[in-house]
Design a protein. Structure first.
Length: 120
């Protein structure tokens, strides 16, 4: 993934929250207790799974049209390059994969014995 593909703005915490951060980190930093949640093999498998998500020619064209519009938009000095189209496609694939996994988990729950917990 291109490190310039996405931009996040987190903003600032409120003063009371910042005091709580200082208190929590007075003796140690959260990174000191950080443990891995995925192996290298897990990351490679996810990357391959994203690459295997089918994306239609229609969606590819839509990504290209969005990016192309930045090249002719008034007030834009430098429009986005084809790398932006690639980034949009890969982001769409990753989001589709994760959405499918979330939906799959919900469907598994709905098929579980817990379905006897009905309301109404």
């Amino acid at each position: 993934m291109d490190r310039f593909a996405m931009q996040f703005t987190l903003g600032y915490v409120q003063p009371d929250e910042e005091v709580a951060i200082l208190t929590a980190q007075q003796h140690n930093h959260p990174l000191d207790d950080l443990k891995p949640v995925a192996t290298l093999a897990d990351v490679i498998a996810l990357k391959r799974a994203v690459e295997d998500v089918r994306i239609s020619d229609e969606l590819k064209r839509y990504a290209v049209d969005l990016v192309s519009a930045t090249r002719t938009a008034g007030g834009v000095q430098l429009g986005a390059s084809p790398r932006a189209s690639i980034a949009l496609m890969k982001i769409a694939q990753a989001l589709a994969l994760f959405a499918a996994r979330i939906l799959s988990r919900r469907n598994r729950f709905n098929r579980s014995p817990c379905r006897s917990l009905r309301t109404g």
